[in-house]
Design a protein around this ligand. Structure first.
Ligand code: HEM
Length: 412
């Protein structure tokens, strides 16, 4: 194996090692080994849970070039697709949505949703999002002065917003939070992932059928009326799409709220700037910088080569798996000077925390508005917000495809 690598690598050969890699002492920084590779061996192989050895790209330019290259595929059915875990590989046999498809199929499905997530539409939700944020903070301040910010605030906000948008009853949140957790845990077995996926699909399928009978003003009703009734999409396809939106729509933003708060509390001079400003541009900047700095989707963008091609001086062969490590790419000093510093004044909007290319996050306008409202409100209304335990005692999500904290005990 090492000999093969020596033959094909343009860089000094490294032994394939396991991926994901362990983080170091700073919980906000990508694994030190990723940093070493970006500087010394930017394109190397890594060994995954199933023994496969896809290419790992670490530099900002290489990651972006790969993600816009039509010779790479997101099709999870392809042999050698570098699935992050056994559970993830199994799930794709059941729930395939446009995130796992290539154009033109990907574009055809994504297009059905672009109007729901366009900036203008999402901006119209800002007052409602502000109302939810204020209500959650009121409830929190009325309760004991020690609470878990994840359960009291970070998880309810994006869950409520995506429920209202899709037309999913918020009363069912315990169920879909539990299922989502199974779906995004690294160590979920194939059987557990299939069971969770089937339960979610059955739940969403039932909901879409009810919407079809009695449509309301939401995305699932619209899909039922416009797609199910016309035969444009099957019930299973709409349920899979609904699952992608429901899981992606709350898990990610919730982690950005909680982990972003930890990062700001640990950088008090940055927190003081955020708390002290009423400039929406600086708040928008803060959101972009925290997205870059934390890059919570730390499992890498995963693809398969459809043809032989060269990237960053490395030949990638048809059928080989590729992982674009956006977490370390967002710390590449060629794109972000002094990359390990959290600086809310930095112009960071060219980060790759939402991915890049045709699969770039569909929900990013919504995530941005939610985070802008949170970061401009929470620390002003709770100016003494502090961790209730030392940083080292927080339970970070090393075990999840999306990084964050499992609980966030805070006081004020
Ligand atoms: C801070 C919050 C968020 C982060 C960091 C994030 C991150 C990402 C990333 C990295 C991708 C790229 C996947 C790839 O290249 O394979 C993606 C795709 C996607 N995200 Fe998000 N996301 C967030 C919020 C949301 C929200 C609120 C929604 C709303 C439903 C959403 C829906 C989607 C969808 C549907 C895709 C698939 C796009 C496609 O394949 O064309 N995301 N997201």
């Amino acid at each position: 194996m090492t000999e093969t690598l020596a033959e094909t690598s343009a860089y000094p050969t490294a032994y394939p090692s396991t991926y994901p890699m362990a983080r170091g002492t700073c919980p906000f920084d990508p694994p030190p080994e990723l940093d070493r590779r970006m500087h010394e061996q930017p394109i190397t192989r890594v060994k995954l849970w199933d023994g496969s050895t896809p290419w790992l790209l670490t530099r900002y330019d290489d990651v972006r070039a790969m993600l816009v290259d039509p010779r790479v595929s997101s099709n999870t059915d392809l042999e050698n697709f570098p699935h992050p875990s056994a559970g993830s590989a199994a799930r794709r046999q059941r729930a395939k949505s446009f995130i796992n498809m290539d154009d033109p199929d990907h574009a055809a499905q994504r297009r059905l949703l672009t109007s729901d997530f366009m900036v203008k539409k999402v901006e119209a939700l800002r007052p409602r999002i502000q109302e939810i944020v204020d209500g959650l903070i009121d409830d929190m301040l009325a309760g004991p002065k020690l609470t878990d910010l994840v359960q009291a605030f970070a998880l309810p906000l994006p869950s409520l917003v995506i429920c209202e948008l899709l037309g999913v009853p918020y009363a069912d949140r315990d169920f879909f939070h539990r299922m989502s957790k199974k779906v995004i845990a690294w160590d979920t077995t194939a059987a557990e992932a299939l069971a969770a996926t089937d339960e979610l699909l059955a739940y969403l399928g039932g909901l879409v059928e009810r919407k079809n009978a009695e449509p309301t003003d939401d995305v699932l009703s619209r899909l039922a009326v416009e797609q199910l009734r016309t035969g444009g999409m099957t019930l299973e396809q709409i349920a899979s799409m609904g699952q992608l939106l429901l899981v992606a729509g709350h898990e990610t933003t919730a982690n950005m709220i909680a982990l972003g708060t930890v990062a700001l509390i640990e950088h008090p001079e940055q927190l003081a700037i955020v708390r002290g400003t009423d400039d929406p541009k600086l708040i928008a900047n803060t959101v972009e910088e925290l997205l870059r700095y934390l890059n919570i989707v730390h499992s890498g963008r995963r693809r398969v080569a459809l043809e032989d091609f060269e990237i960053g001086g490395q030949l990638i062969r048809k059928g080989e798996g590729i992982i674009g490590a956006t977490d370390i790419a967002n710390r590449d000093e060629t794109a972000f000077p002094d990359p390990d510093a959290l600086d809310v004044h930095r112009k960071a909007r060219h980060h790759v925390a939402f991915g890049y290319g045709v699969h770039q996050c569909l929900g990013q306008p919504l995530a941005r508005v939610e985070l802008q409202v949170v970061y401009s409100t929470l620390y002003r209304r709770v100016p003494t917000l502090a961790l209730a335990v030392p940083l080292e005692e927080l339970n970070f999500k090393h075990d999840m495809l999306v990084y964050g904290v499992h609980e966030l005990p805070v006081t004020w």
